[in-house]
Design a protein around this ligand. Structure first.
Ligand SMILES: C[S@@+](CC[C@H](N)C(=O)[O-])C[C@H]1O[C@@H](n2cnc3c(N)ncnc32)[C@H](O)[C@@H]1O
Length: 400
């Protein structure tokens, strides 16, 4: 019986008429895997957005398929879709040796960022079986020759297939010998701040210009990092319990320092800058991307603040308690996959409104063309503009 792709949902990711839970690339990858006849426990799937590939293979009777998904939302969608369809017998992994050990077939939805592809290609060449075949696929309109070139650094043989249903597969085989040190994570210094980045993290180890503008407005830019900045962020009157589940705050030891959340933390630039400038602070950095979370953890370790900054892999801070944060720092995404969709930013504004205590502050930086001020006022509370450059706007919203 054909796999019921149309029953798959993206939830808890944003759902909309123009956003789907599977695409033609998923179907091509599944068809190719079934034609190759490789056993389930020798197959690894990477970038299976909502579980379509893993679940279709499992439904076809393959047992022990391993899957890596970067996004917490994708992991939750896969678990939910599996429940709905009554499917089990696959296993989720991080992008590490356990995902790839002994794998003879790796199926991959091509990531957008070349750095992410480079890290994955190196991982496959490093950890999978020597005879591994990597079948990567994408929508033709998003594919570039540069992706083949990146694959060619880790595989001797890279062959693009004929496009079908507006998707294309690229088959890579004969892994090259890998360097002793993996190419990621990478590290960069920024005037007192060390950033560490895996391939999939936003902006790599660079300090994004929007992030920089927000840091400057908060008095946390450049040389101010290592000394206490002006009190742009107020002390909280009551100790919220936002960090109990994260272990940052001892539930029995109320602390006077405000709880600050870096929502969608990427490599953790905002969280680390705040924590460096405020040695007594309790900071939580949270992101839905596993690559971001691994990067942020490494950033905190590199800046020796890992004991004061909890890093959580979560969707829109869903594991943080209501009304429990004093301050939220936010540089929201404005692209959702390949379609421009502001739903991802809205989701984070709603999350900030939920986790901030009344009177708590949300500091947001966004592309000036996006004009989020009205939405922030509606969803969070009174919103004032603190800075506007030709490219970026920084606002402060007070939670009503
Ligand atoms: C523009 S980047 C900003 C990263 C970092 N705060 C900085 O300023 O460099 C936006 C980040 O939000 C994360 N993100 C998007 N949607 C999210 C969600 N629903 N929950 C948590 N993080 C999310 C992305 O993974 C990405 O790392």
């Amino acid at each position: 019986m054909d796999f019921p792709y149309s029953r798959l949902r993206r939830w808890p990711d944003v759902e909309a008429d123009n956003l789907h839970a599977h695409d033609a690339t998923d179907l091509l990858l599944v068809e190719r895997a079934l034609a190759l006849g490789v056993a389930g426990h020798e197959i690894a799937v990477i970038g299976d957005e909502y579980g379509a590939i893993t679940l279709a293979l499992t439904d076809a009777g393959l047992d022990g398929v391993r899957v890596h998904q970067d996004l917490a939302t994708g992991r939750r969608a896969l678990a939910r879709n599996a429940d709905e369809l009554g499917l089990s017998g696959f296993a989720s992994h991080e992008l590490d040796a356990t995902l790839l050990d002994g794998a003879r077939l790796v199926l991959m939805q091509l990531p957008k960022a070349l750095a992410e592809l480079e890290e994955i290609a190196d991982s496959v060449a490093r950890w999978a079986a020597p005879e591994v075949v990597l079948v990567a696929g994408g929508r033709v309109k998003h594919m570039t020759i540069a992706q083949n070139n990146v694959l060619g650094r880790s595989f001797s043989h890279v062959q693009a297939q004929r496009a079908e249903r507006k998707s294309r597969l690229v088959v890579a085989s004969e892994p090259r010998s890998v360097p002793s040190e993996p190419p990621f994570p990478v590290t960069a210094q920024h005037d007192g701040l060390t950033l560490v980045a895996h391939g999939g993290a936003f902006a790599g180890a660079r300090l994004d210009i929007g992030t920089r503008v927000l840091l400057e407005v908060l008095g946390l830019g450049g040389s101010q990092l290592r000394k206490n900045s002006p009190e742009s962020v107020p002390k909280a009157p009551n100790r919220p319990d936002i960090a109990r589940s994260s272990g940052v705050v001892d539930a029995d030891e109320p602390s006077p320092a405000p709880i600050v959340v870096d929502l969608g933390c990427g490599t953790g630039a905002l969280a680390a800058s705040y924590a460096l400038a405020h040695p007594d602070s309790h900071v939580i950095a949270t992101d839905r991307s596993a690559a971001a979370v691994a990067s942020a953890r490494a950033t905190m370790a590199a800046n020796r603040i890992a004991d004061r900054v909890a890093v959580m892999h979560d969707d829109a801070g869903s594991e943080l308690a209501d009304a429990s944060a004093d301050v939220v720092l936010l540089n929201p995404p404005f692209h959702l996959g390949s379609s421009v969709h502001t739903g991802a930013a809205t989701r984070l504004f709603e999350a900030a409104a939920r986790i901030l205590r009344p009177g708590g502050e949300l500091f947001t930086v966004f592309n000036s063309s996006l004009g989020y001020r009205a939405e922030l006022t509606r969803l969070v509370g009174d919103t004032e503009q603190l800075e506007r450059t030709p490219k970026f706007t920084v606002t402060r919203s007070i939670r009503r």
